[in-house]
Design a protein around this ligand. Structure first.
Ligand SMILES: [Zn+2]
Length: 387
């Protein structure tokens, strides 16, 4: 299915008593009526760098490798995606993050104790993407022309075209001073969210109800001047409304579910959803159960919601908008957790294809479904990216 031949030696035979995942193990794909998916939020470099996963392997091999190593940390042995798996899922294009959050605790599972280390780790993530490009597995999309070319190539060659990605940053912790944003722009950064969990130098994020910091103002100004889109996911409520006031450019919410379904601050209220819709933004639906199941506690509560819950969330956005143009997919899969924290009927990212049938049964037309699976985010980025 992947169709790439590799020139590396077969490591299994070189060192047969050590488990080596099989690079490019071919997923068996049952093609039903697969439709192209644009996933607006994937932490691929976090997996490749921080979690030290060989993303060229199959999901089965990634899981087996971590079982073989006896890893027991949360999210280990339960990965739901890899590059071959994304191809099997028909995810041809995504937003791929630079993610390096500043934390006080030195032993936090991900988090770095200084802005300078966050900056360095963001560069490690940039370098990981570059290495994947050099291996012919991913393709950076920086302009409207890149986007059009990639989609044309992917439609013509769905089994061989690289995974297209638009570089985004989840939490501006690596941006040392507002001006450093220009340097990341030069490296292809086209979207950015100011905060992640907790507060950072730019303002309040998830589970932390404080507003924007003063440094956010020149940063927002520069993001707008550069024509980048502001990802409003992970802003605290007060910071969200302030950001909308101070930022005059395009906005989207990359992985953002409804507070009606999981009533705590990580999710958006109807008013927040409406504000994104009013500014012609697109909102990505996430598959993390903590964002779908009321009262869910990580590593304690079993996941009982199913993927229908994601379709419930799609319905909410469409009802608020009065159309289907403002919702897409931002799965957030393998963003620091594994299959144990996904809907009960979900195993790996190719399961996203099942959304099409679920939406169809609820009366969504083929055009609506295509818009939600890829068209809405494609339209958004075809407007936002530079020429
Ligand atoms: Zn996130």
């Amino acid at each position: 299915m992947v169709g790439k031949s590799i020139s590396e030696p077969n490591l299994r035979t070189l060192n047969s008593d050590v488990f080596w995942p099989q690079v490019f193990a071919q997923p068996s794909v049952k093609k039903v009526t697969a439709v192209l998916i644009f996933d607006a939020h994937l932490d691929l470099a976090l997996n490749g760098v921080d979690w030290n996963r060989d993303m060229r392997c199959s999901v089965d091999d990634l899981r087996a490798h971590e079982r073989h190593l006896g890893m027991t940390e949360a999210g280990r042995t339960g990965s739901t995606l890899s590059l071959p798996e994304l191809r099997a899922a028909e995810i041809g294009i995504c937003l791929s993050t630079l993610l390096a959050r500043q934390e006080k605790e030195i032993n936090h599972s991900f988090g770095w104790t200084s802005p300078q280390t966050c900056y360095a780790m963001a560069h490690a993530h940039l370098a990981w993407h570059r290495a994947m490009e050099r291996a012919g597995l991913m393709r950076s999309i920086k302009t409207k022309r890149d986007l059009a070319h990639h989609i044309e190539d992917y439609r013509k060659n769905p089994t061989t075209a690289p995974l297209g990605f638009i570089q985004t940053m989840e939490g501006a912790d690596p941006v040392l001073i507002p001006d450093t944003i220009d340097e990341f722009y030069e490296h292809g950064l086209r979207a950015i969210g100011l905060t992640h969990y907790g507060a950072n130098r730019y303002g309040g994020g998830t589970a932390c109800e404080v507003g924007l910091a003063l440094d956010a103002i020149p940063l927002l100004k520069r993001i707008s001047e550069l024509g980048m889109t502001l990802d409003v996911t992970h802003l605290s409520d007060v910071a969200f409304w302030q950001a909308l006031e101070y930022f005059d450019g395009r906005i989207h919410a990359s992985h953002q579910n409804s507070r009606r379904l999981a009533p705590w601050q990580r999710q958006f209220s109807d008013e927040q959803y409406k504000a994104v819709i009013d500014r012609d933004g697109v909102i990505g639906m996430a598959f993390d159960v903590i964002m779908l199941q009321p009262g869910y506690v990580r590593r304690v509560t079993p996941a009982t919601v199913t993927m229908e819950r994601v379709v419930d969330n799609i319905d909410i956005v469409c009802q608020l908008a009065g159309n289907t143009r403002h919702v897409g997919i931002g799965s957030d899969l393998d963003g620091g957790y594994g299959v144990e924290q996904t809907p009960a009927d979900f195993d790996r990212i190719r399961d996203l294809q099942r959304l099409t049938e679920m939406m169809s049964k609820r009366g969504y037309t083929e055009a609506d479904i295509a818009g939600i699976m890829h068209g809405n985010f494609l339209r958004f980025f075809s407007e936002v990216l530079p020429d």
